[in-house]
Every structure is written in structure tokens, then in C-alpha cells.
Design a binder for this molecule. Structure first.
Ligand SMILES: Cc1cc2nc3c(=O)[nH]c(=O)nc-3n(C[C@H](O)[C@H](O)[C@H](O)COP(=O)(O)OP(=O)(O)OC[C@H]3O[C@@H](n4cnc5c(N)ncnc54)[C@H](O)[C@@H]3O)c2cc1C
Length: 402
């Protein structure tokens, strides 16, 4: 018989940025009895510790969407947090550059949307672009976002962890994997039973499976996309001052391979977004789990039934070839040579939600609630940026469960 190892008014499954910022928000609202369960022995092993660290600035997302409502507000909150805790923060903005005249129209749409969202943006000509990013390449115009910044996501997680632990009102149980539910107030884990009043599922790439255990969100499935990064040869890192992004393909949820100077002054190029064989398939074979046959089948069905998915897969898989990766990258930066691009160890997995009824990729965060549980599905980019603002929405939702 399993024994009870813990009990909490609110139990959050997942110690990524969504779980940690929600716990902090609840703490600020006076909640006292919170448990976070995290299957890994340390934080930051998945998306929240493997991202680009870019604090996006409300450019891409429509104002009514959850991403639109939380991105810029989250950017401001996260910047304040970094400043108050001494976490590195590069506030140098970013440019979005065009490859051809056809993209100028999309750039103008982004400009209008950003202004509606309250972002500080400028449409700049090539002369002004040269002052901001001397090596960025564009066709006539580019968009300059003033509020975009870059931080160190692992340091943010560490600081949040310390703050929560010190409060003594939040327990973080590392190495504790939620396996299922017994009755409607007891969770089963690898370490024993945990009693809960309300449960929040913030399990990232595994959140669909957990929601299904609770019998909700059955029409949703997460499909993992692997994001591989490369880096700029250090002697050439002067070519990128801060962030250079392409105009995104608005039909898919990824922003395209871009250049980002991180807080260690390394210029990363990426990430790609190619279908992966597991939620943690970071290596070629490593991390392929029991779900691989199911993921393969899901990908095959999507490939046949969703032309956008097929197109995206073709484009992204080709980027595995360094030559193709390079030809994309050199469209953004003048004078970039093939030998300037070096391999990098950095890799992340982006779980992308599919609505299985329509076979379409879901383009916003999804929050489902049922009885005494709240489920966060599809915390896609800019989930890191949005987190502190999104936590307020989640806390409001959670309080309606009590
Ligand atoms: C390559 C890449 C680049 C990105 N770049 C950016 C960016 O520049 N800016 C930005 O804003 N966003 C970016 N994002 C998106 C951002 O990182 C995510 O939106 C965010 O990290 C999601 O946080 P999360 O807490 O939902 O997930 P996670 O960080 O995956 O956390 C979920 C946690 O739940 C745990 N867990 C899962 N199942 C269980 C279980 N059964 N029991 C216990 N614990 C469990 C996992 O171990 C994990 O630690 C990027 C993402 C990737 C992958």
C-alpha cells in the first residue's frame, strides 16, 4: 500500500516557468499551502531551461488572444523581476527584416498589431537599420522593436525556486512524478500518495497525457518539435548586436531561424522546428520513449490530412542540412559565410498542441478546468515571456475552483 507523502491546498504538477510563476502569484495573493511536484531532480531540464531567453514584446499576437494579452505585460514584469534580483538582462531590442517586397506587407501588419498591443516599434529604412544592426540585411524596410530583451532563463528559474522555498509556504518536491489520480483528491506518484484540494497541470510536454487522465481535453494531442541551435563563430559575433529575426510565416506557430545574442555574449542561430520522436528526444535516439510509435502515427496522419503541417515538415526537415540552414541564415545577415556557423550543444523541444477533431495546430495557450483541476495546455512561445502575466489569469481561474 502506498503511503501519503504530502498534502497541499494547491498542488501544481510541473516546475517549469508556468508552475513556478503561478506558485509565486498565489503566494503574493496570500495562499499558504502550495506544493509543486517536479519529476526531474533539478529544474530547467525542459522547455523553460532550454529556450532562447528572449523576452518578446507584443508584436506577433492578436490582442484578443491569451498570448496577445500576456506577452507585453509579461515582458515588463519579467524585466522588473530580473532587475530586482540582479539576473542578467540585455535590453537592446530586436529587428525583424524582410527578404523581399512581398514581406513588407506582413511587416506593416506586424507594426500595426504591435502598436495596438502597446509595444514600442518603428518601421525603419535601410539607413536607420544600419545604425541599429550594422550587418542586418533587409529589403527596403525593417521593424525595430525597442522592448525586446534577452535574459538567462535558468537563472530566472533558480531565483524563483529560492524565493518560493524561502517563503516556507511552498514545498517543491523534486524527483516526484505524477502518475495518476485515486478518488478525486489523491494523486499517485512514484514516491507515494499526495492529497490535494485543487490541482494545476503545468506539465509542459506531458500536459495532454495528464489532462486525459482527468478525462478532459481528450480532443487535444501534443506533438513534439525539435529545436536545434547553431552558433556564430566567436570572432564574427560582432556581426549581431542583439536580435535579428525574419518576417514569420504567419501560418505556423514558430518564428523562424533567428540570431540572438545571449547574456554570455554568444550569438545563437536557431531554433529549427522539426518533428521529434519524443517529448524529450533531445539527441538523435536519446529520449525516444514509449510514445514514439503513437507520435509517428500522429505525424503521419497530420502529414496526410493537414497540408500546412506537410509544408512545415518539409521546410523544417531540410534545415537539418547545414547548407540549407546556412542559406536561410545568410538572408538575414550581410557577409555571413558558411564557415561562420558552428555546431552548438543547445537543443530544445517545443510541444505543439493539435486539435485532433480538426487536425489543426492550435495557435494560443489553452486553459481547461474541470471540478477541482486546472490544465494548462500549449504553453508555446512566448510562454517564458508571458509567464508572470499569464500566472495572474491562471490564479484567477484557480480561485474560481475553490
Ligand atoms: C527551443 C525553444 C525556444 C524557445 N524560445 C523562447 C523565447 O525565446 N522566449 C519565450 O518567451 N519563450 C520561448 N520558448 C517557449 C517557452 O520556453 C515555453 O513556453 C515555456 O518554457 C513553457 O513552460 P512550461 O512550464 O509549460 O513547460 P516546461 O518548462 O516543460 O515545464 C514542465 C515541467 O513539468 C515536468 N513534468 C512533466 N510531467 C510531469 C509529471 N508527470 N510529474 C511531475 N512533473 C512533470 C517537467 O519535467 C517539466 O520540468 C521556447 C521554447 C523552446 C523549446
Amino acid at each position: 500500500m502506498s503511503r501519503i507523502i504530502a498534502g497541499g491546498e494547491t498542488v501544481i504538477c510541473g516546475g517549469g516557468i508556468v508552475g513556478l510563476t503561478l506558485a509565486r502569484e498565489l503566494l503574493m495573493r496570500g495562499h499558504k499551502d502550495i506544493i509543486i511536484i517536479e519529476k526531474e531532480q533539478q529544474l530547467g531540464k525542459h522547455a523553460s531551461g532550454r529556450n532562447s531567453g528572449v523576452l518578446h514584446a507584443g508584436i506577433y499576437y492578436s490582442i484578443g488572444s491569451l498570448r496577445g494579452r500576456t506577452c507585453l505585460a509579461g515582458n515588463f514584469l519579467m524585466k522588473d523581476y530580473c532587475k530586482s534580483k540582479g539576473i542578467p538582462l540585455l535590453e537592446r531590442g530586436k529587428v525583424i527584416v524582410t527578404k523581399n517586397e512581398a514581406e513588407i506587407e506582413i511587416l506593416e501588419t506586424l507594426y500595426k498589431r504591435a502598436r495596438e498591443n502597446g509595444a514600442r516599434v518603428e518601421l525603419v529604412d535601410e539607413k536607420r537599420l544600419k545604425q541599429i544592426e550594422p550587418f542586418a540585411k533587409t529589403c527596403k524596410h525593417a521593424l525595430y522593436s525597442h522592448y525586446t530583451a534577452v535574459t538567462d532563463s535558468k537563472k530566472v528559474l533558480k531565483e524563483l525556486y529560492n524565493e518560493l522555498i524561502v517563503s516556507s509556504k511552498v514545498k517543491i518536491l523534486l524527483g516526484t512524478r505524477l502518475n495518476g489520480i485515486k478518488g478525486n483528491q489523491t494523486l499517485t506518484t512514484n514516491r507515494g500518495l499526495i492529497k490535494f484540494g485543487t490541482l494545476v497541470n503545468a506539465a509542459g510536454a506531458w500536459s495532454d497525457e495528464l489532462a486525459h487522465i482527468f478525462g478532459i481535453g481528450l480532443n487535444y494531442r501534443l506533438v513534439p518539435f525539435k529545436g536545434i541551435y547553431k552558433k556564430l563563430r566567436p570572432e564574427k559575433s560582432y556581426m549581431v548586436r542583439s536580435n535579428i529575426y525574419p518576417v514569420p510565416d504567419t501560418r505556423n506557430p514558430f518564428l523562424g531561424v533567428h540570431f540572438t545574442r545571449n547574456v554570455s555574449d554568444e550569438v545563437l542561430i536557431g531554433p529549427t522546428a522539426m518533428p521529434a520522436l519524443g517529448a524529450e528526444n533531445y539527441g538523435i535516439l536519446g529520449g525516444i520513449d514509449k510514445r514514439a510509435p503513437g507520435i509517428l502515427l500522429t505525424n503521419a496522419i497530420l502529414f496526410l490530412r493537414n497540408p500546412e503541417f506537410k509544408r512545415l515538415s518539409f521546410i523544417e526537415v531540410r534545415k537539418y542540412k547545414t547548407g540549407v540552414f546556412y542559406s536561410n541564415a545568410k538572408k538575414l545577415v550581410k557577409g555571413l559565410e558558411f564557415r561562420d556557423i558552428l555546431p552548438s550543444q543547445k537543443v530544445g523541444i517545443r510541444p505543439q498542441l493539435i486539435d485532433w477533431n480538426t487536425k489543426q495546430l492550435v495557435m494560443d495557450f489553452v486553459v481547461l478546468k474541470d471540478g477541482n483541476s486546472l490544465h494548462v495546455l500549449n504553453a508555446i512561445s512566448p510562454g517564458f515571456t508571458s509567464s508572470m502575466s499569464f500566472a495572474k489569469i491562471l490564479a484567477n481561474e484557480l480561485e474560481t475552483l475553490n
